[in-house]
Write a protein that binds this ligand. Structure first.
Ligand SMILES: [Zn+2]
Length: 368
């Protein structure tokens, strides 16, 4: 067992042990203290009252390489745990250049077509739930999955009030990931330097109450922006970036970091205090990251041969983008997203180690 794997196992074990402390409450202190009005708009009459901020730490970008995919093992039934992947190198090799593809003039990531992106994400969410082992599927059954367009809110949430359970993704977060995916795909295909420039643009133009703007005219070479290879790659990165958030929030539910109940016991009150302790917060977030990336990679392995296999690259991309935004605008909209989260370097390490272990055939243990 390598030092790296021992570390990953340690993180996992601590996370599992700590998850037992998560209590039942209707008012989580981990929710952002001041949620902007209209947060619960997709659910009239119901107000998701607690949740976990999404995953936007500071981070260092270790140089993501596309996950090359592995032989498709045959789609397992939903109720069965997917088979472990065969041992392979821990770092995926660089794939051959993509062949030329016809231009795409109306890609939803380029145009910030939010209804189309919502449809795309709903499909991915269904795929990810289907890829969960049956016991975890049972724990997330009936969760209300939706979106909120509250301007300037850049986050993802898992939460509940009473028996109402939800996972909510903000349009702001989708747009920031769309920026990052466009920039990284452009840089990969055309050897440009747009990633840092895009992070600067978003950091300077996104603020509370204001929708994240799309890239301005002229930001990209128009021929680059509609290039078929670029569009295909940005869709992969977008799916991985959003998918990691979905996996993270689903994990908060099935790991019972979010426990929904209409009654509160004295033990629950103690657990509320424990959940406020920084060490627990960080372990819970690390655990959600680990199970989330495993869920995402399981989802990719269930896809037909030739389809994109999902990996950690889009998640690393997202965190790096936020780190660069923070560097440009320390008071920006992203600042309140990572107050309760581990450092970016820790999160990137947990994510990378979990993905490497997965590719080496090692799976996270059943957490209960
Ligand atoms: Zn979280």
């Amino acid at each position: 067992m390598s030092v790296r794997f021992r570390h990953a196992a340690y993180v996992t074990m601590v996370a599992i042990a700590s998850s037992a402390f998560a209590g039942c409450t209707t008012d989580s202190p981990r929710r952002p203290a001041q949620r902007p009005p209209g947060y619960a708009q997709p659910y009239p009459g119901q107000h998701p009252n607690q949740g976990y901020p999404g995953q936007y730490p500071r981070g260092q970008y270790p140089g993501a390489q596309p996950y090359p995919g592995q032989p498709y093992p045959g789609q397992p039934p939903a109720q069965q745990r997917p088979p472990a992947p065969p041992p392979v190198a821990s770092t995926p090799p660089t794939p051959p250049p993509k062949p030329a593809l016809p231009p795409v003039y109306d890609d939803a990531i380029n145009t910030f077509n939010m209804p189309a992106l919502e449809t795309r994400i709903r499909g991915l969410y269904a795929e990810m739930v289907a890829a969960l082992p049956s016991d975890r599927q049972a724990r997330v059954k009936g969760i209300n999955f939706g979106f909120t367009s509250n301007p300037g809110e850049v986050n993802g949430y898992a939460g509940c009030r009473g028996s109402y359970r939800h996972i909510t993704v903000t349009h702001g977060m989708m747009k920031v990931i769309a920026h990052a995916a466009q920039a990284q795909a452009n840089d990969e295909i055309f050897k440009t330097q747009k990633f840092d420039e895009a992070a600067r643009f978003v950091a300077r133009n996104a603020r509370k109450g204001v929708a994240v703007p799309p890239p301005p005219a002229g930001f990209y070479n128009p021929a680059h922006q509609v290039d078929g290879r670029r569009v295909a790659r940005q869709r992969e990165l977008f799916d991985e970036g959003v998918g990691l958030t979905l996996g993270h929030e689903l994990a908060h539910h099935y790991l019972k970091h979010v426990v929904c109940s209409t009654t509160i016991t004295p033990a629950d009150l103690i657990n509320v205090v424990r959940r406020n302790v920084g060490a627990f917060s960080q372990v819970a977030e690390g655990s959600a990251d680990s199970y989330g990336i495993e869920n995402l990679m399981d989802t990719g392995r269930r896809r037909p041969q030739g389809a994109h296999r999902l990996a950690e690259n889009g998640g690393v991309m997202k965190w790096t983008f936020f780190a660069k935004m923070r560097g440009q605008n320390p008071n920006g909209i992203h600042l309140d997203l990572d107050r309760t989260h581990p450092s970016s370097s820790t999160r990137v390490r947990v994510l990378s180690l979990t993905a490497q272990s997965y590719r080496a055939g090692r799976r996270l243990p059943t957490p209960w």
